[in-house]
Design a binder for this molecule. Structure first.
Ligand code: SF4
Length: 90
């Protein structure tokens, strides 16, 4: 389960933290998407974070994230909280 009580350190702008600092749960976030084999974030502030790697898919920008990452904008999908880690969208 996500550790909701913890504040990821992470990047300066959005506090995105990689999985190695977790475990966190980008994969349970409303902003998480999987497209073309990539695990991505569509949140505009994360995409604009200068420390994030951004890719274009179909003329939209997405930030590359890990399923076990997290940031300060995480919005959990309540109904999926009990789904095992790594099983969403892959
Ligand atoms: S937790 Fe943050 S980085 Fe991860 S998908 Fe959600 S908004 Fe994006």
């Amino acid at each position: 389960m996500p550790r909701a009580d913890e504040k990821p350190s992470g990047t300066k702008a959005t506090k995105y933290s990689p999985a190695k600092e977790g475990p966190f749960r980008c994969d349970l976030c409303l902003h998480y998407v999987v497209m073309k084999g990539q695990t991505l974030c569509k949140h505009s502030d994360v995409v604009a974070d200068p420390e994030m790697e951004v890719i274009n898919i179909d003329r939209r920008k997405y930030a590359k994230v890990e399923p076990g990452g997290c940031c300060e904008y995480q919005k959990k999908v309540k109904d999926l909280r009990d789904i095992p880690f790594g099983s969403v969208g892959l």
